[in-house]
Design a protein around this ligand. Structure first.
Ligand SMILES: *Cc1c(COP(=O)(O)O)cnc(C)c1O
Length: 301
């Protein structure tokens, strides 16, 4: 269904890398599909498989107005012959975001709920009410988190000869992708996660329970590059993303991968990686989120 072969490995050619004798490759998950970009396919696949297997006719999930997960679910559900319902955080705006407009065009039914109600979205009472309203729907947790999301994410490294790498770097939202990558890694590797939320020092207990205990020592969490928190940005980040694009021709998004690449370059400059290190950086997609920026902010889109 998706062209996973197109998730190519691209080597970065940067002066700083040469000078420090470090190799860095980028796994371009942003290339696997024009809509279901990046890690979202991996996080969704086992949920969709279960929904189809259990003969549900629709899937329901949750997200914000710019959510990569919402748009990926809309498209992937359609591809699997399922209807989709997106429960969106916050009041209905006068003008729908680019993301929600596209999701609707892919057939998703969009429903807004208040921020307070949204907070109860994992509670049994709330979920049961939804199941009563839409009896046949299969509920996918927000962002595809949970056991099946971790399982799917553990297949991200299948496309690479991962044993070559001393470090694997990725962004952390819920930490689902990170947990899958940690589980699939080898004992000698460090998996560095960059939370894009403020003040995250450890994985949440929900995600942590899915990590194989013998892989604990692989984990490194670096919370220095959140730029103030979820979807927060400043001129420095935007300037970096533009200059990174000029140097590498790699587009990044301001919510996740821009912060990841920024963190990677900063750690490199601070000699975090020993000479001879070989880094794999996961480009987890999400470029559609840039459409919320004013035109002309980025040199790419
Ligand atoms: C959703 C997303 C992430 C975060 O994935 P988690 O599994 O929630 O940590 C990272 N990068 C991009 C581009 C995403 O869309």
């Amino acid at each position: 269904m998706l062209n996973l072969q197109s998730a190519i490995i691209e080597s970065l050619h940067l002066k700083e890398l040469n000078e420090k004798n470090i190799q860095a490759d980028v796994l371009r998950l942003d290339r696997i599909h024009h809509v279901i970009s990046g890690n979202k396919w991996f996080k969704l696949k086992y949920y969709l498989e279960e929904a189809v297997g259990k003969k549900h006719t629709s899937v329901l999930t949750f997200g914000g107005a710019y959510s990569n997960h919402i748009i990926a679910t809309a498209f992937a559900a359609k591809m699997c012959g399922l209807k989709s319902i997106g429960i969106i955080r916050g009041e209905e705006p006068k003008v729908l975001s680019h993301t929600l407009t596209d999701a609707k065009n892919y057939g998703m039914q969009i429903e807004f709920i208040s921020r307070d109600e949204y907070k109860t979205k994992t509670e049994e009472f709330f979920l049961n009410e939804l199941r009563k309203k839409i009896p046949d729907c299969y509920i996918i947790p927000e962002g595809g988190e949970g056991l099946l999301g971790v399982k799917g994410s553990s297949e991200i490294l299948d496309a690479v000869k991962q044993n070559d790498y001393s470090h694997i770097l990725c962004a952390i939202g819920t930490g689902t992708m990170f947990a899958g990558i940690v589980n699939a890694s080898s004992a000698h590797q460090k998996i560095i996660g960059f939370p894009i939320l403020k003040g995250i020092k450890n994985l949440s207990t929900e995600v942590h329970q899915y990590i194989n205990s013998e892989k604990e020592s692989c984990i490194e969490i670096n919370n220095d590059y959140h730029f103030g928190g979820y979807a927060k940005k400043n001129d420095e980040l935007i300037k970096f993303m533009n200059s990174f694009y000029q140097q590498t021709k790699i587009s990044s998004d301001f919510v996740y991968t821009g912060k990841l690449f920024y963190g990677m370059i900063d750690l490199l400059q601070k000699n975090h990686f020993a000479s001879g290190s070989k880094l794999l950086i996961i480009h987890s997609g999400g470029l559609q989120g840039n459409s919320s920026l004013a035109e002309g902010t980025l040199l790419f889109n």
